[in-house]
Design a binder for this molecule. Sequence first.
Ligand SMILES: [Zn+2]
Length: 302
Amino acid sequence: MPRHRLPQLTTTCRSPDLAPTLARPWFSPRPHLGENQAYNGIMTARPTTIADFPPAIIENLSEARRVHVFTGAGMSAESGLETYRNDKTGLWENVDPQAMASIDAWARDPEPMWAWYLWRAHVAEEAQPNAGHIALAEWEQLCDSMLVTTQNIDNLHERAGSQHIAHLHGSLFAWRCSICGRPYRIMELPTQPAARLTPPECPLCHNPVRPGVVWFGESLPQREWELAEQWMMIADVVVVVGTSGVVYPAAALPRIAYECGTPIIEISPAATDLTPLATVSWATTAARGLPELVAKVQESRG
Ligand SMILES: [Zn+2]
């Protein structure tokens, strides 16, 4: 039995009122603050270059023993993986991504979804980790321990060399039986997109194999969720990269670090719903910002 009810992936919701579903005694969400509004008397710093970072934050970053990095779609944007939003195949141009990401849609008609996820896996396999993924793997070597909690399903963090990854939304490469859960290996991904494909049968129970990703209406994987929650509490610093902070429950995680008073560094080209929680919010991209940040950590550690 899970020790608490696992939160389900929900459609975008801008209300921080969902946060209490975490049901922690110390968890008392503060009123939602607008950009650059003060909390605890401190403004969110919005530096334009790393040279403008508050010196105390550089110190936090270089002395941090446990680093928790929390990543979203923006992390992989410079690897060319914004897929369905700028679908180049034309096949899914007018498809609502949420229609391809719900358990109900799968139950109704798995074939379009199976074709779509195979294609996405192919595209992810062709993509390369960017300088941001690589910088994180380098940083892991410098600190005592690092956890990368990602909402991405593309496996680019592990391909860049990160060792400890919590896949909150599963992985494009973790196919499994839709009923008995037995893992399934796809030997070869299609190199051409198709509108419909029939999912293979589980060799054990003969039910259809499904993508190993978390769909709307499904619970997040327990081990990953608990690890992410725990690391939001124990990390010395939390770095939030490329996430808009609108898909719950993942978006509620940085709030835990905020409630713990942990420094939060956000890297995002535009302000997000998480910006008011950040100690520093740097308007840059993952592939530009992270290598500079890690170089700074290296430099200050001598
Ligand atoms: Zn099965």
